[in-house]
Design a protein around this ligand. Structure first.
Ligand code: AMO
Length: 433
């Protein structure tokens, strides 16, 4: 608990002196002549002990306050071994900063679990729960680790447009937007722009990017608005160099998460940091393994959710949680993916326990081949002229990946629904709050 607004935490030096604390009323227990009020802030909780005889006005004011109201309290801080955090505060003056309406649509400390939709409908109250906050504190910590790692490898943080004129990924799952007299779209990813930057000399970049995808399916691992760490790097030999950065990045983030001991304790989780390098398994080999387990998969198509899960189980038997699937069929990867021979590509996915958390590739850097591939994928090169222009005047070999932040957190913390990992989820039916 903070000693006063935005200042230091209460410590034994504060015992027997006057402190000011502020927070939300978590609970009030009125025993007649004495009452206990649990006050909560971002740091934790403390007990206010109210003595009717000593401070009758404060007593009356506080015992009738609805839960989740906001208070500022000045009072004597006293050591008390019987209280959970070793001290209590005896209030002398109280300012009610905000009175909560009753009944609460969602209990913050109720033992009964609310259904997920009620929680999301009341996300602001839901976010007051320590176990929900812990997810976002860990999210913050792993993103700080990602920044540190990527900057240490000389990547520059960039921000690319989210209102764009043509598809980034091909396909139809784009949100349309009227841009004055023109048709525009919300970016499915920074793909075209991060690649364009490779022609500029800003040739190692990353972006914490928004992905907007008008996918109709409503699953536990898809969002219509999600975030990702997008990386692009030039002058590479092949996709292996990109995969090396990705696995180091995951390792740095996983390690940082394992150090978030207070949050992991609240979530009752332990995190084991994986060993590097991650296993590489070629797509052809994956298909063979899956067919041996009676999967109907045919060579050439992307893995279905079922196949991904089955592969996760097969790998788990060998004690492997993380693995790259490499050398995907060219036809199953986006138009910008570099071919490897006639039928294969330099595209890869990183899987964690049967869930794809990242995909990437070496890209095509020859404008002729890129135009050919656009056509082969049923797209019109003239819609991509602004992108193709970046390739016409000197484009080095390059590659990169997109790494889903919510997917990563979901796997890191073993959460069953991706919506737990984003503050205000957007899915097929949810647009508010
Ligand atoms: P891809 O479409 O595979 O590749 O996306 C990269 C990663 O982003 C996450 N992701 C999602 N997470 C939640 N909900 C969604 N609807 C969703 N879609 C994607 C996943 C996925 O692995 N431009 C390429 C990346 C690249 O090659 O650089 C791309 O977007 O974790």
């Amino acid at each position: 608990m903070y000693r006063s607004h935005y200042s230091k935490e209460i410590s034994p030096q504060d015992y027997n002196s006057s402190v000011t604390v502020a927070g939300w009323v978590e609970d009030v227990r009125n025993l007649g002549s004495i009452a206990f009020l649990i006050l909560r802030d971002a740091q934790g909780t403390l007990q206010l002990t109210l003595l009717k005889k000593k401070t009758p006005e404060v007593f009356e004011q506080l015992v009738s306050l609805p839960r989740e109201s906001v208070l500022s309290v000045k009072g004597l801080c006293k050591e008390n071994e019987k209280v959970r955090n070793g001290y209590e505060v005896l209030p002398e003056t109280v300012t009610v900063l905000s009175t909560a309406e009753t009944p609460l649509p969602l209990g913050v400390v109720d033992r009964v679990e609310s259904d997920f939709d009620t929680r999301l409908d009341n996300r602001v109250l839901d976010l007051r729960k320590p176990e929900v906050q812990a997810i976002f504190r860990i999210r913050d910590a792993v993103l700080a680790a990602a920044d540190e790692y990527l900057r240490s490898q000389h990547f520059l943080e960039v921000h690319t447009p989210k209102i764009i004129a043509s598809s980034s990924e091909g396909g139809t799952d784009m949100f349309k937007l009227q841009y004055f007299e023109k048709q525009a779209f919300l970016a499915q990813s920074p793909q075209l722009y991060k690649q364009s930057l490779m022609a500029t000399g800003l040739d190692r970049v990353y972006e914490i990017a928004w992905y907007f995808r008008a996918e109709e399916h409503n699953t536990r691992r898809h969002l219509n608005e999600s975030t990702a760490i997008d990386v692009e790097m030039a002058f590479i030999k092949d996709e292996e160099e990109v995969m090396a950065i990705l696995e180091q990045l995951v390792h740095a983030m996983w390690t940082r998460a394992s150090e978030c001991s207070a949050e992991l304790a609240v979530l009752q989780k332990t995190i084991t940091v994986p060993h590097l390098p991650f296993t590489r398994i070629a797509y052809d080999n994956v298909v063979e393994k899956l067919q041996q387990q009676n999967s109907p998969i045919q060579w050439g198509v992307d893995l279905s959710t079922e196949d991904e899960r089955l592969l996760g189980d097969i790998m788990k038997e060998d004690g492997i949680d993380f693995y790259f699937i490499t050398k995907y069929p060219l036809a199953s990867k986006p138009f910008y993916t570099m071919p490897a021979g006639q039928k294969h590509s330099r595209g890869f996915d990183l899987e964690c326990k049967g869930v794809e958390i990242s995909s990437g590739s070496q890209r095509i850097h020859d404008v002729g081949l890129l135009t050919e591939r656009l056509k082969a994928c049923g797209l019109h090169p003239k819609d991509f002229e602004a992108y193709l222009k970046a390739f016409r005047y000197g484009m080095p070999p390059h590659g990169g990946f997109g790494f889903g932040i919510e997917r990563f957190l979901m796997e890191l913390l073993d959460l069953s629904n991706i919506r737990e990992c984003i503050l205000f989820p957007r899915d097929r039916t949810r647009l508010t709050p």
